[in-house]
Design a protein around this ligand. Structure first.
Ligand code: G4P
Length: 535
C-alpha cells in the first residue's frame, strides 16, 4: 500500500503508534514530577513518588550496583516505554542536572520530538535554551509545558513572548490559564473547547473536564467566577488576534510550538499534554544516513547506538549500548551487521524497558530503544543493519567546555592510563587529546563534575590513581579543510595542536581571539566546535 502524499509505503500501525521523545528543561522546572505523572497515566507505576525515590537511589553507589544486577533497571534510567491510549510512548531520559554532559545532546539524536518544560515563574532559563538550540539543529518538533501554574507565575503573554523572542519559534496556545497564583483554577482547552478545572485538594486527581460549546456557552459562567471569566474572554480575544493558530505542519517542522499550561505536581494539564504528544508529536521519522536515508517502514531492521553505559561493576567490563531502532521489526536473536567492523553480531539478550515489566526484549519496532549488552564492540555512532552498509549521520560530538591535564600517579603506568582514557573517549564520556608536543593527555568535558567521575572510574576500573591539573588551554576546535592548508597550519602552530582519539586534528587555545584570528588568516580552514562521531 502506498501513502499517496509521499509515495512512501504506509507505515505499519505498530510503528505509527510510537512516540519517541525526551523532556528538556532547566533543573527544578519539574521534569521528574512530569515524568512520574506520565508513568502513572501510562500504567507503569502505581503511585506517585517512585521515580524520585529511584532517582535518589541512583546517586548512591551501592544502590546503583544493586540495581545494575537487575539490568532492566539501569536501562530504565535511560529509556522508559509505556502505553497511553493507542500510543506507545518511548521516553528517553536526558541526564540534565548537575552532571550535564554531552550525553544529553546525543540523547536528542535518538528522539523524534521533545517536550520543553518551563517554570511559569521563571520562563526560559539557561539550560532550557541550550537544549533547545540542540533540538533546533535537527528541527525537532517541540511541545511546551508551562509548569507550576498553581504558584505565582508570570503573565501569560509575557511567557509566550519570551519563548518567541529568546528561542525564535512561533508559539501557539493549546490551553489558556484561568486566574493566577492562588486564584488559578484551571485552563481553557483551546484545541478541544473544554474547561479543565484543577483540584487543589487532591494532587493525584485528574482534572474535571467540561465540554464547552463555544465561548458564549453559559456553562462557563457556572464554573468560572465573573472577574476571572471577563479576564479569560479578554485574553483569549487578544490571543486570537496576536498569536498564530496551531499549524500541525509547522509543529512537525519545528517552527512552531504549542504550549500547555499546567501543574505537574497537581496532575493538572498532564493528560492534555500527553494527548498532544499523541496527536502532534510525530511517529518515528526517517533517519539521516549515508549513502541513503533510512525509512521507518522498511522491512529490514536498522538502528544506531546513541549512548553507551559502562557497567559500574568493576568485575565485569561489559557495557550496555542503547540502540534506537530506525527501521523494521526487530526480533530477539536476530543477526545484525555491525557496519563499522563489517562483522555480524547476534543480538541474543537485548533489553527493552517496558516500564511495567522489565524483561528481555522479544521484539521492537522502529522508534523503540533497545539496550544491547556487549564487551566494548559497540560505540556511539555505530550502525547495525540486516546487511546493508549504511552509516547513520548527524550524531554530534561537541567541543568540551573544560580542559584539564591528566597524569597517572605512577609515571610507569602511562600506557594503562592511555587505555583507560581511550575507553572513556569511545564511550563518549570525555574528550581525550594527545598534544603533539610533550607528554600526557588533555581531557575535555562539558561539566566539571565529570572530572571527578572520571578520576574515580579510572581508579576503580583500572586500579590507577590519577591527578587532574589545570591545563594551559581552555578551548578546543576541530580543524578541517584542504590538506595543504591544514599541513601549513599544523606546522605553524605545533604548540597548540593535538589529536583526538580518532586521530583527528584539534587546535587548543585559551583565547577566543586566537580562534577569530585563525579564521581570518586561514580562510581555507574550518575550526569547528562540533564534530560528527567518526565511525
Ligand atoms: P526537575 O526534575 O526538573 O529538577 O524538577 P522536579 O520535578 O524535581 O521539581 C522541582 C521542584 O518543583 C520539586 O520541589 C517539585 O515538587 C516542585 N514542583 C514540580 N511541579 C510543580 C508544580 O506544578 N507546582 C509546584 N508548586 N511545585 C512543583 P522540591 O521542594 O524541590 O521537592 P519535593 O520536596 O517536592 O520533592
Amino acid at each position: 500500500m502506498l501513502d499517496t502524499a509521499s509515495n512512501r509505503p504506509a507505515v505499519p500501525p505498530e510503528i505509527a503508534r510510537r512516540r519517541t521523545f525526551a523532556i528538556i528543561s532547566h533543573p527544578d522546572a519539574g521534569k521528574t514530577t512530569l515524568t512520574e505523572k506520565f508513568l502513572l497515566y501510562g500504567g507503569a507505576i502505581q503511585m506517585a513518588g517512585q521515580v524520585r525515590a529511584k532517582g535518589e537511589a541512583r546517586r548512591t553507589r551501592s544502590d546503583f550496583m544493586q540495581m545494575e544486577k537487575d539490568r532492566g533497571i539501569s536501562v530504565s534510567a535511560s529509556a522508559m516505554s509505556f502505553d497511553y491510549g493507542n500510543f506507545r510512548f518511548n521516553l528517553v531520559d536526558t541526564p540534565g542536572h548537575s552532571d550535564f554532559s554531552e550525553d544529553t545532546y546525543r540523547t536528542l539524536t535518538a528522539v523524534d520530538a521533545a517536550v520543553m518544560v518551563i517554570d511559569g515563574a521563571k520562563g526560559v532559563e539557561s539550560q532550557t535554551q541550550k537544549l533547545f538550540e540542540v533540538c533546533r539543529l535537527r528541527d525537532l518538533p517541540i511541545l511546551t509545558f508551562c509548569n507550576k501554574m498553581d504558584r505565582e507565575s508570570r503573565d501569560t503573554f509575557e511567557i509566550i513572548d519570551e519563548i518567541q523572542e529568546m528561542l525564535a519559534i512561533d508559539v501557539t496556545p493549546a490551553s489558556w490559564p484561568i486566574g493566577q497564583g492562588r486564584d488559578f483554577i484551571g485552563c481553557y482547552d483551546i484545541l478541544r473547547d473544554r474547561l479543565e478545572l484543577m483540584d487543589r485538594a487532591d494532587r493525584n486527581k485528574i482534572a474535571e473536564s467540561i465540554k464547552i460549546e463555544g465561548l458564549d456557552d453559559p456553562k462557563l459562567a457556572e464554573h468560572v467566577p465573573a472577574h476571572l471569566l471577563d479576564q479569560l474572554m479578554e485574553e483569549l480575544e487578544m490571543a486570537r488576534e496576536l498569536l498564530p493558530k496551531l499549524d500541525p505542519q509547522a509543529v512537525l517542522e519545528g517552527h512552531m510550538t504549542p504550549i500547555w499550561f499546567g501543574s505537574a505536581i497537581n496532575s493538572f494539564g498532564v493528560k492534555e499534554l500527553m494527548d498532544g504528544i499523541g496527536t502532534y508529536g510525530p511517529e518515528p521519522q526517517p533517519q539521516q544516513a549515508s549513502p541513503r536515508q533510512i525509512l521507518p517502514e522498511e522491512t529490514k531492521v536498522a538502528g544506531f547506538v546513541f549512548k553507551v553505559q559502562a557497567n559500574m561493576d568493576p568485575k565485569h567490563r561489559d557495557r550496555v549500548a542503547f540502540v534506537r531502532l530506525a527501521s523494521g521489526h526487530f526480533k530477539r536473536g536476530m543477526k545484525l551487521l555491525h557496519v563499522r567492523s563489517k562483522k555480524p553480531m547476534a543480538v541474543s539478550n537485548p533489553v527493552l524497558f517496558l516500564a511495567s515489566d522489565r524483561e528481555l526484549a522479544e521484539e521492537g519496532w522502529a522508534g523503540d530503544i533497545i539496550g544491547i549488552p556487549n564487551h566494548g564492540q559497540l560505540r556511539i555512532g555505530d550502525t547495525l543493519t540486516e546487511g546493508e552498509a549504511l552509516r547513520v549521520t548527524g550524531i554530534p560530538s561537541f567541543a568540551p567546555e573544560l580542559l584539564q591535564t591528566v597524569r597517572a600517579g605512577d609515571p610507569m603506568k602511562a600506557k594503562h592510563l592511555e587505555k583507560a582514557l581511550m575507553q572513556f573517549a569511545e564511550e563518549g564520556a570525555a574528550k581525550v587529546f594527545k598534544p603533539s608536543i610533550g607528554s600526557g593527555f588533555i581531557v575535555g568535558v562539558v561539566g566539571a563534575l565529570q572530572f571527578e567521575v572520571l578520576a574515580s572510574r579510572i581508579e576503580m576500573e583500572y586500579g590507577l590513581p590519577v591527578r587532574f591539573e589545570p591545563s594551559q588551554f581552555t578551548s578546543a576546535r576541530w580543524v578541517s579543510g584542504d590538506k595543504l592548508a591544514v599541513d601549513k597550519f599544523v606546522n605553524a602552530n605545533k604548540q597548540h595542536i593535538a589529536h583526538d582519539h580518532d586521530g583527528d586534528i584539534v587546535y587548543l587555545t585559551r583565547l577566543q581571539w586566537d580562534i577569530d584570528r585563525i579564521e581570518r588568516d586561514y580562510p581555507d580552514l574550518t575550526l569547528s566546535a562540533t564534530k560528527e562521531m567518526m565511525v
